[in-house]
Design a protein around this ligand. Sequence first.
Ligand code: SAH
Ligand code: SF4
Ligand code: F3S
Length: 499
Amino acid sequence: MSESDQSRQSPVHNGRLYIETVGCQMNMLDSELVVAALRQDGYQLTDNPKDADTILFNTCSVREHAEHKIYSALGRLKYSKRNRPQRVIGVLGCMAQKDQDLIFQKAPHVDIVVGTGQLAEIPRMIRETRSATERVQQKAVSLGRREGSRDEITDSFQSYDPLRDPEMRPTPFQAFVRIMIGCDKFCTYCVVPATRGPEQSRSPSQILAEVRVLADQGVREITLLGQTVNSYRFTENGRMHRLSDLLVQISDVPSIERIRFVTSFPRDMSDDLLQAVRDLPKAMKYLHVPAQSGCNEILKRMKRGYTVEEYREMMHRIRETMPECAVSSDFIVGFCGESEESFHKSMDLIREFRFKNSFIFKYSKREGTRADDLYEDDIPETVKRRRNNEMLDLQNQISEEDNAEFIGRTVSVLVEGPSKWAAKKNGPATDGHRPGEPLATQLMGRSECDRIVVFDGNPRLAGTTARIRIDDCTVTTLIGTVETLEHQHGSSGILPILV
Ligand code: SAH
Ligand code: SF4
Ligand code: F3S
């Protein structure tokens, strides 16, 4: 882009912006939206922090390790701020809401601290920091969960859903859409109800309007986001809408091909939702429903609100409704009071339900949570690590065995693009290759059951849906060959391609 093009796009040049994002998909979406607002304000994105006039960290507090990473990154900026005092350093998101002034104490060179509920304030705050004659530190955070009435607290967490910046998305044809914010489950180990505030669903008309805009921009796959996404409820025009209703409405948007949603809460996995996922061809056959533990005593201490028997009943309903549906889970190992026997009950749960994959975490004590008040963090780090590794080994073995079942089958894949940019140097592309175009590259995408699939193909296939025959697998990946291309932008029907 030439200088004059740039100045036409953004009348004021506010310098270069670098943003680093950790945490969950909710944070990735927040960063996309913050960047969109700042670009509108004349900032240009850079991927080199050394070049940046504004450096933002969008943070996570779910485990201590995530916070450490950010505090060390902030530490590294201390001297550069001395040399470049005009540079604005900001801490956003969950750690900003949780630690507040502590961030200024630990990292005095930070200029702004902005909680998850105040992201709309960022452009103004940066502007004010820049124009102040004397250095000011600014903070915008929401109320704590005991600092007001429910309405006051809810109002202090504003859902942030303004403009989009397509460049920040994982790919141009995939987008996250927030359907709710906050969480009211208060699992005893978890900071999220404090950092994201009370549970609030967004209106279906707003969600649908956003999906339509994204579809017009070329998005084919929508991932609906919520901490407990299947708890979604919103009454509009006298009618109560559930997640299953949203899935039906979004399915009606013609150019959307795939809809996913994360993360589901076991107790809210209702039959209407399972039936909608089964009956709607665009709904991916994939559910992420964290179990956290396979031991009733631990589940009770975690205040998850279900027993192993209830989780089992839910799994049976899922399998009865959709035998092909992939289910993944999260587990915490080494939670307060987790005996060897409790741990083995979690291992048994994995053996019983053969999750597609599980995210396994060592319990990390979080200040301000109920678990921290009530229980001692009594499992030594070495034991946590061993349990983590044992569980990972078991899950990996199951994932690999189940992936091997796919060998010889054909799956439908939305092609996301080059896999780790591993361009293949030898051998010409055979799938629709045209002279002068890049040769075959290892591409990746996901199957309808959310399995990662890699295969050789022309990078032009990105954004299309292809049938891939599976030839091999690893623990995390199915490896295959392109059979046919199902849909291509601007064309319809089956488009056979040469293999
Ligand atoms: N809302 C989602 C997950 C939120 S956090 C849910 O309810 O499932 C993502 C995962 O981090 C959780 O599922 C849990 O397994 C893990 N986690 C949360 N707090 C933790 C803590 N204090 N220590 C270790 N893992 C934690
Ligand atoms: Fe945290 Fe539990 Fe809410 Fe998930 S459901 S965000 S684990 S409190
Ligand atoms: Fe982390 Fe906040 Fe997400 S604590 S996991 S970034 S909701």
